[in-house]
Design a protein around this ligand. Structure first.
Ligand code: 3HC
Ligand code: NAI
Length: 708
């Protein structure tokens, strides 16, 4: 029996089952709490209070989740009542016991709805959490006040500051839920619990009255410890400290005042650029997974894989594939190299075991699926082969000729090349339609980014298989076209050149690194070079030497260090000195002397740069090249650039990637900067036609994301 006039298609439906009012949230895909859902929940609770036949209320989610949280798409738009705090307060005030029955995600506002309910049951597979911090927010519908009262200051802070999800059993241990269902039938479990509560005459039990903060001293100590820790670890983020402040308010203020305090902090966060950057990041990494090919084609089956080369990348890729449950065959040149490759793979696993991320048994299980060989015929049954041999066209073509010979029809043949022309590799064999680029980043089993590089003749289902593989590997896939460096490395070359210009013009590499770190990158460009090995970039520069514009500015400082054998951490010296195997380098006066000498050689009179000037040039170079890449169709949309830089190059997530950042400071500002810098070096600083066009039309990069 339907109690109200709510139409069947309403996003919140409520119907009486015996004496239980079942309230079902049915708002695909994840039951996010948009205005209609909020309204529907209030109406349902009003209906429950108004009907004497209702003795308990059961809230459940339709589909795969309870509620994934506030509707992130509403942020930045005018607020529509009722607000989520009003909804939660209304649920808590209900005169009949309200039970939340949780399956799938109960995150953010979703968990807040559950916390405002009077009783909570979860089934296996449930994911509970307050992940707002990852979006630059804090729980803004009573979550900071209710969670602290329910599970205590320390547990609540840990949940909110990490944003982690906990499963049903952990939630039970924490006291977030009252019980875990015996089966995964959330509706049946919830209904049974409701009947039990009715039978025992259970009254509404309001979380605002819970006693988790009763031990004032212990709570205050937990808050102080969290504050001290957060001050060290927040890395420029604003919302974590505000979360601590809110829990302190929960301890010291009456509930209603605490709610008001929380709401003010929440609104500050909601209006902040950090929130805008992080929400953009959330959608960018999801949108990036969508390409014309994934919309239209079925991926091919993926069970077994081959990896060619057991060096840095081959070993990391093998581990990534093993971790995703695939069987892996590694091919190397000879027995000794194969042994090295196998040892590489084992070393990666040993590291995980040492860090407690994996048990020795799990390592053994993974390695059971690993085989090595020196004969290509071992790849005859592989569904997918990823080549990671030396970066040399002749070597790669020879490898692909072998693959063409042995691989079964329909096998996907991928190359991990960083810079080489994949169209040329594809054209060298009889099945170019099966060849694509899968460009991993080092260390390949850790780094999230996977560029799916799409050559001209590949078929859509092969591209779709690349995206499917990324999903299996839990990586963020970005579609890229073929060009020198694809998206990420092509941009890197340009913004590194801008850094080199700054260095030769007067900034020290240490100042550049510091300025870039202060902007939010975990490392500056010269630290990254030292970590990866200066020889990688050196080899790329040598390769490009023949085709480089002779009039283009070329800074020789990096080459001068490599010529001395100072290749970075692995040689104990690079831009920094690494004494006694230290991982953090110290500035090196000899490097500064080399830089001085190069300045003299280049006829440059050094000048001072402020950190802000450094960042403006660094970012303008990055944004301009990103715009060129979109303009040429190498990246589909600006958001693909953002996902690439955030997941492969350490771009601070709270700034949303370079293109979002460009929008946030204004494209006209970026263009003015480029034109200003062009006065000194018009060859390097050529404004991208895309930026010029967007500024002329009063548009931003975001407009291209929406249009695509
Ligand atoms: N609002 C709006 N849309 C959302 C959303 C949300 N909270 N959460 C997910 N979506 C959308 C995704 O964008 C995606 O849309 P698309 O199909 O058009 O690309 C779709 O739902 C499915 O999402 P996923 O691809 O991520 O699906 P999964 O099954 O892999 O994951 C999930 C599901 C675990 C719920 C994951 O989407 C997630 O973590 N969502 C965000 C949860 C969150 O951060 N909640 C807190 C929000 S802030 C808040 O509640 C403030 C409050 O305190 C006031
Ligand atoms: P590496 O030099 O560490 O490993 C290459 C391996 O390939 C060696 O073990 C070598 O024995 C093996 N090999 C060479 N010829 C072979 C053949 N014919 N058959 C079988 N094995 C052969 O090189 P690395 O760094 O792993 O790079 C491999 C590829 O990955 C290159 O194309 C590189 O550009 C690319 N890449 C490298 C990244 C990095 O950070 N190192 C990042 C992304 C891509």
């Amino acid at each position: 029996m339907t109690l109200s006039s709510a139409p069947e298609t309403a996003v919140v439906q409520h119907a009486l089952r015996g004496s239980v009012l079942v309230v079902t949230i049915d708002h695909a895909p994840v039951n996010a709490l948009n205005a209609a859902v909020r309204r529907g929940l209030i109406d349902a609770i009003d209906a429950a209070d108004a009907n004497a036949a209702v003795r308990a209320v059961l809230i459940v989610g339709a589909g795969r989740n309870f509620i994934a949280g506030a509707d992130i798409r509403e942020f930045g738009k005018p607020a529509v009542p009722p607000s989520l705090p009003e909804v939660c307060n209304r649920i808590e005030a209900c005169g009949k016991p309200v039970i939340a029955a949780i399956h799938g995600a109960a995150l953010g506002g979703g968990l807040e709805v559950a916390l405002a309910s009077h009783y909570r049951i979860a089934v296996e597979g449930a994911k509970l959490g307050l992940p707002e911090v990852q979006l630059g927010l804090l729980p803004g519908a009573g979550g900071t006040q209710r969670s602290a009262r329910l599970i205590g200051a320390q547990a609540a802070l840990s949940l909110m500051l990490s944003g982690r999800h906990v499963g049903a059993q952990d939630a039970l241990r924490l006291g977030l839920v009252d019980r875990v269902g015996q089966s995964d039938d959330v509706f049946a479990e919830g209904l049974a619990y409701a009947h039990e509560l009715i039978a025992t005459h259970a009254a509404p039990r309001r979380t605002k009255n819970a006693r988790g903060l009763a031990d004032k001293e212990a709570s205050a100590a937990a808050i102080a410890a969290a504050r001290a820790d957060t001050q060290k670890t927040a890395r420029g983020l604003a919302s974590p400290l505000k979360i601590v402040d809110c829990v302190e308010a929960a301890l010291n203020l009456p509930f209603d005042e605490g709610l008001r305090f929380e709401r003010e902090r929440f609104l500050e966060c909601r209006e902040s650029p950090q929130r805008a950057g992080l929400v953009h990041a959330f959608f960018a990494e999801r949108e990036a997974q969508k390409s014309p090919e994934t919309r239209g084609a079925q991926p091919r089956a993926l069970r077994s894989a081959g990896v060619l080369g057991g060096g840095t990348m081959g070993a990391g890729i093998a581990v990534a594939l093993l971790d995703a449950g695939l069987a892996v065959t590694m091919i190397e040149r000879d027995d000794a190299s194969l042994e090295r490759g196998r040892a590489h793979v084992e070393k990666v696993y040993d590291g995980s075991v040492e860090k407690g991320r994996m048990t020795p048994e799990a390592k053994a299980r993974a390695l059971q699926r690993f085989n090595g060989d020196t004969a290509y015929d071992a790849l005859a049954g592989a569904d997918l082969v990823i080549e990671a041999v030396f970066e040399d066209m002749t070597v790669k073509k020879a490898v692909f000729a072998q693959l063409d010979r042995v691989c079964k029809p329909g096998a996907v043949l991928a190359t991990n090349t960083s810079y080489l022309d994949i169209d040329e590799i594809a054209a060298s064999i009889t099945r170019p339609q099966d060849v694509l680029g899968l460009h991993f980043f080092s260390p390949a089993n850790i780094m999230k980014l996977l560029e799916v590089v799409v050559p001209a003749r590949v078929t859509a289902d092969v591209v779709a298989t690349g995206f499917e593989l990324a999903k299996k590997l839990r990586k963020v896939a970005v579609r890229a076209g073929v060009c020198d460096g694809f998206i990420g490395n092509r941009m890197l070359a340009v913004y590194r050149a801008a850094a080199d210009h700054l260095m030769e013009d007067g900034a020290s590499p240490y100042q550049v690194d510091q300025a870039v770190r202060d902007f939010g990158f975990p490392m500056g460009p010269y630290q990254v070079i030292d970590l990866a090995g200066g020889d990688i970039g050196w080899a790329a520069r040598k390769r490009r030497a023949a085709t480089r514009d002779p009039n283009a500015r070329y800074v020789r400082i990096g080459d001068a260090l490599c010529e001395r054998g100072w290749l970075g951490q692995k040689t104990g010296r690079g831009f920094y000195r690494y004494e006694d195997g230290a991982r953090i380098g110290k500035p090196d006066a000899e490097v500064e002397a080399i830089i001085d000498a190069e300045r003299v050689r280049a006829g440059v009179t050094p000048r001072a740069f402020s950190d802000e000037q450094i960042v403006r040039r660094y970012m303008a170079a990055m944004i301009n090249e990103g715009a060129n890449i979109v303009h040429e169709g190498i990246a589909q949309r600006p958001l693909d650039i953002d996902a690439t830089l955030m997941h492969g190059f350490g771009f601070p997530r709270y700034r949303g990637g370079p293109m979002h950042y460009a929008d946030s400071i204004g494209l006209d500002t970026v263009l003015a900067d480029i034109r200003e810098f062009a006065k000194e070096d018009p060859l390097f600083w050529r404004a991208s036609p895309l930026i010029v066009d967007l500024v002329a039309r009063g548009k931003n990069f975001a407009s291209l994301n929406q249009a695509a």
